[in-house]
Design a binder for this molecule. Structure first.
Ligand code: PLP
Length: 378
């Protein structure tokens, strides 16, 4: 049998990533990827795993013992939270204000739970009042799930208030922080969040493919008391923990992506060096600069100011402009990636990311100047 295509070494173009993720990675993080592979049960790797857990606890602002990076993308972090916490018949209230709420619903159904959907407009934060009404109407609900930073619209929800309400009505929470971790205020312990998942490729600025998760003691108790086994073998926390708990006691579960873990470690180290609160502030500062530039070009944010994410700027496309032509012009002429709208917002908005290492003054200037050029000349 012959190869069907002609092959050569792959050299990716050097882009500036200002879409909804992945974001640019720092040279220190890419250098970490190229370090020599060692065995995943090597004592040196075990030490690194302990460091990663500690750095993740800092990023999540938690003391949760069960905090580790899942060897798979954010979608698997999501699935692991639902697979472990939802038992057949469990009622889960899902606050949906964008694409990722749909995926939560799909997860609950596949775990044979009952999903109660609480819908908010796309482009708005989750409304705590609607959640409270749903909690009152469903006293048998066990879990509340919501997306802290909705990447499909750029809306930020009030994680603290939503979690407090869930707790008041005796529910645990599953919280999607894929786009918020490292980019906007997130305090897992102070807000009392139960099961939280994220992704490596957004504001942490590590390569895609790893999903940090953290589980509170309450969440672990529910998992330990399950009457039915977790339906996912790979995602069963009881099994994965034998791999991620204290060095010396570790046993084989799967082979971690060793070099991806080096790079995640380096990215988390850089976040700790900067300081988490300073990183949140940097995202805010550059968002305000970008906002000014985009508004000067006639674009409008679809999310009201108080509910806006700094790291995901969703703006309308000026009328009479060809969205696809301008976006591909940015890629071809400026090597600059921005994101298109999803679902009902497809063709109507651009999603401009300012995430992690991509969130800097140089990129704000590049993006506004490149857009000004193409809006005028394309
Ligand atoms: N949740 C949110 C809010 C996201 O933005 C994404 C990815 O963009 C995901 C979940 C899924 O993450 P991944 O693409 O890494 O599987």
């Amino acid at each position: 049998m012959k190869l069907e295509r002609t092959h050569k070494i792959f050299n990716p173009p050097v882009r500036t990533l200002m879409g909804p993720g992945p974001s640019d990675i720092h040279p220190r993080v890419s250098a970490a990827l190229a370090k020599p592979v060692i065995g995943h049960l090597d004592p040196e790797f075990s030490n690194l795993m302990e460091d990663i857990k500690d750095l993740l606890r800092y990023a999540f602002q938690t003391k949760n013992d069960v905090t580790f990076p899942v060897s798979a993308p954010g979608s698997m972090g999501m699935e692991i939270c639902f697979a472990n916490l939802v038992e057949p018949g469990d009622k889960v209230i899902i606050c949906r204000n964008g694409v990722f709420g749909n995926r939560m619903e799909e997860n609950v159904k596949r775990m044979r739970g009952e999903a109660v959907m609480v819908d908010d407009e796309w482009g708005r934060a989750v409304d705590p009042q609607k959640l409270e009404e749903a909690l009152k109407a469903n006293p048998d609900a066990k879990i509340v799930a919501f997306v802290h930073a909705e990447t499909s619209t750029g809306a930020s929800s009030d994680g603290k208030t939503l979690a407090a309400l869930a707790k008041q009505y005796g529910c645990l929470t599953i919280v999607d922080t894929v786009t918020s971790l490292g980019g906007s205020e997130l305090r897992v312990d102070e807000w009392g969040l139960s099961a939280v998942y994220s992704g490596s490729q957004k504001c942490l600025s590590a390569p895609p493919g790893i999903s940090p998760v953290t589980f509170s003691a309450d969440a672990i108790e529910k998992i330990k008391n399950r009457k039915t086994p977790v339906q996912s073998w790979f995602g069963d926390i009881n099994l994965v923990l034998s791999y991620w708990t204290g060095s010396g006691k570790r046993s084989y579960h799967h082979t971690a992506p060793v070099n991806a873990m080096y790079s995640l470690h380096e990215a988390l180290l850089m976040l700790a060096e900067e300081g988490i609160e300073k990183a949140w502030q940097r995202h805010k500062d550059h968002h305000l600069q970008l906002k000014q530039g985009l508004e000067n070009l006639g674009m409008q944010f679809i999310v009201p100011e108080a509910e806006r994410l700094s790291q995901l700027n969703a703006v309308t496309i000026p009328e009479d402009k060809n969205e696809m032509k301008i976006r591909s012009g940015l890629l071809q002429k400026y090597n600059l990636e921005i994101g298109a709208g999803l679902g009902p917002l497809a063709g109507k908005i651009w999603r401009i990311g300012l995430m992690g290492h991509s969130c800097n003054q140089k990129n704000v200037t590049l993006c506004t100047e490149a857009l000004a050029d193409l809006l005028q000349n394309a």
